[in-house]
Design a protein around this ligand. Structure first.
Ligand SMILES: NC(=O)c1ccc[n+]([C@@H]2O[C@H](COP(=O)([O-])OP(=O)(O)OC[C@H]3O[C@@H](n4cnc5c(N)ncnc54)[C@H](OP(=O)(O)O)[C@@H]3O)[C@@H](O)[C@H]2O)c1
Length: 396
């Protein structure tokens, strides 16, 4: 089955807060982005979430830049992180947000905005006490990504009020992830008119990403040998390093940047071959790629995005998926670090926190055994085709 936008959006969302991600074993200290001039004003920042994947990268930048951070979450995911930071407990699913009442912050960074009613509840408590609301949305808000190079003005998914009302929890919202994110954006903007920053990342990559969608490739390539690769290498890809994104979110708070922004690698920077060869360049590895076409992979039940992660063939409804414009964010400071840095740091995190026989079959990617089977099937198919072609020639 081809990956529809719906299945992609759901898997993207499930990789986040709803998986109850933990990295208790990690003592990770990811390298920071190169220093750049920052305004000196110390901010009080409230971060809704903060302990999964994008959260830690954002908190680390905020602390490194001298800001005061308060976290708000249930205290379940990685509670050992940031022992010196103020932690407020609550549960957005249960409407338990009383801990935010009567408090003042310079800016809120909402990493757990999935349900519009959750955003309404928080913003109505904070609209008079906070200057800026930064909401982490997603490029999944777009209703139509059939055309390359769409920008922030493209139409978003529209849900009816009745549909929205059926989803009260983060988990339930995943059924209409993009449309619910679009409604969350609108809820924030209506409570903080002109004071909202709606940030729409594409695939987020880097240390602590337990979805394996990017992680599979650098770990696989670093292992070396014959690597099964999807398509012919020409399909475009976009992603954003989690630390570049966290860094830029904080920059938007520091500089009071408001508006709507896609946050991704520059459109057209990489195709699949450039990404995989770029990753290879980061490691001393003898990896070599065997490219198998989409039809063959489908017959082997290896799907784009899932078993062959990151990859989305640039056709039909997904033709523009990995070609979203990002120049607006770049103009206000979004940086994009070298692919090799993301690849190396992701593998370092993986090696530090996971067993040597970690099974990539469970979330994204494929196991070494499955890869070997498919490579064998690919060779047999090619031999048969070559034999068939030769046979035809001989018979003519
Ligand atoms: N990953 C991607 O590729 C991608 C792409 C585009 C957009 N995004 C967006 O990026 C954002 C960041 O996701 P992240 O998971 O990395 O963020 P995160 O802030 O690092 O982790 C999720 C946080 O949510 C908290 N949380 C979960 N359920 C909660 C609840 N019911 N009430 C209060 N807090 C709760 C968790 O703590 P507790 O469990 O302790 O409550 C945890 O701190 C999300 O909005 C996602 O939609 C992600």
């Amino acid at each position: 089955m081809a990956t529809t936008r719906r299945t992609f959006l759901q898997s993207a969302a499930l990789a986040g807060a709803t998986l109850g991600m933990g990295d208790a074993a990690s003592t990770l200290s990811a390298p920071r982005a190169a220093a750049r001039p920052r305004p000196r004003k110390k901010l009080n920042l409230l971060i809704l979430g903060g302990t999964g994947f994008l959260g830690p990268a954002t908190v680390e930048t905020a602390l490194a830049n001298g800001h005061v951070v308060t976290l708000f979450n249930r205290g379940k995911t990685n509670p050992h992180l940031f022992p010196d930071v103020e932690k407020l407990k609550g549960d957005r699913n249960a409407g338990e947000i009383a801990a935010l009442k009567g408090r003042k912050w310079d800016a809120v960074i909402d990493l757990t905005a999935y349900v519009p009613a959750h955003v309404q509840a928080v913003t109505s408590l904070l609209a008079d006490n906070v200057r800026q609301y930064l909401l982490i949305s997603s490029i999944s808000v777009y209703a139509d990504l059939t055309k390359p190079f769409s920008d922030e003005s493209a139409p978003v998914v529209e849900l009816t009020d009745e549909t929205v009302a059926t989803m009260k929890t983060i988990r339930e919202s995943i059924a209409h992830y993009g449309g619910m994110k679009a409604r969350c954006e609108r809820a924030a903007e209506s409570a903080f008119p002109g004071r909202t920053t709606n940030i729409r990342p594409g695939l987020i990559a880097g240390p602590r990403d337990r979805s394996d969608r990017f992680t599979y490739w650098p770990v696989r390539i670093a292992r070396g040998g014959e690597v099964l690769a999807p398509g012919d290498g020409s399909d475009p890809v976009q992603y954003i390093d989690v630390r570049d994104l966290g860094d830029w979110i904080v920059l938007c708070a520091e500089n009071s940047v408001t508006g709507v922004f896609n946050a991704n690698s520059p459109a057209g920077r990489f195709n699949m071959a450039e990404m995989l060869y770029g990753i290879k360049g980061a490691f001393a590895t003898d990896a070599r790629f065997t490219w198998a076409d989409a039809e063959f992979l489908k017959a082997q039940e290896l799907n784009e995005w899932k078993e062959m992660p990151v990859w989305i063939p640039a056709v039909g409804e997904n033709a523009g998926f990995h070609l979203v414009r990002t120049d607006k964010a770049a103009a206000v400071g979004l940086k994009f670090r070298p692919l090799a840095d993301t690849a190396r740091d992701t593998v370092a995190w993986h090696n530090e926190t996971r067993p040597a026989d970690y099974d990539f079959g469970q979330r994204a990617g494929i196991s070494p055994k499955r890869e070997a089977e498919v490579l064998k099937a690919w060779r047999i198919r090619n031999t048969q085709r070559a034999g068939g072609a030769l046979g035809t020639e001989a018979g003519e």
